[in-house]
Design a protein around this ligand. Structure first.
Ligand code: VGL
Length: 193
């Protein structure tokens, strides 16, 4: 049975010191690197996504001068800038597919993006015969949530590795995890994965 690891948006703008820093982001980046060192060979595909917004315009209302931090946000992850790079604490050597999303529009799910070969994540998973996927990254209450829901919608059994995610807001992150369980996801610690 083919397995995938989905690494969501472990980027400088979402970790400490970034434009939209998420508390615990650096710790997630380091811990995912440690997890990969031990477990990369467990996965047929390892897909990492990056938010990759346009410098011009507001990316379909995603950027705002007075953001609500729910549907609108400060400028973040502008394509080609250091904020959009992977956090250097994340070692990406074992990543098989790099996905970019959000050019000119909001795109919370990595399934809305494309690989360098212009495939969707759904196409990559189908081609590799992936039946189960583990999801890690940032942010639990936004892009992790949306990516995991889309993976479930693709018919893949999803596990969230709960010590390898970080959220913007604690309550919304709890709600997101509960929603994911309701949708069929399993919550597991990476040590038990
Ligand atoms: C994200 C807020 C805005 C995320 C992206 O990666 O979860 N959150 N854009």
């Amino acid at each position: 049975m083919s397995r995938a690891l989905l690494i969501v948006d472990v980027q400088n703008d979402f970790t400490e010191g970034g434009a939209l820093e998420v508390v615990g982001g650096d710790a997630v980046a380091s811990a995912v690197t440690g997890y990969l060192a031990a477990h990369a060979t467990d996965y047929e595909v390892i897909i990492a996504s990056r938010d990759w917004h346009d410098a011009e315009g507001d990316n379909g209302g995603h950027f705002a001068e007075t953001p609500d931090f729910i549907d609108s946000w400060p400028v973040h992850c502008v394509a080609g800038t250091p904020g959009a790079d992977y956090d250097p604490l994340l070692v990406t050597d074992s990543v098989t597919h790099h996905v970019r999303k959000g050019q000119g529009k909001p795109a919370y799910s990595m399934f809305e993006g494309e690989t360098e070969a212009q495939e969707t994540v759904g196409e990559v998973l189908a081609a590799a015969g992936v039946l189960s996927a583990d999801v890690v990254g940032i942010a639990t209450d936004h892009c992790v949530r949306a990516s995991a829901l889309d993976a479930i919608a693709h018919g893949v059994h999803v596990r969230i590795l709960t010590d390898l995610v970080a959220g913007v807001a604690p309550e919304a992150s709890e709600t997101a995890l509960a929603e994911l369980v309701h949708a069929g996801a399993e919550l597991v610690q990476s040590a038990d994965a």
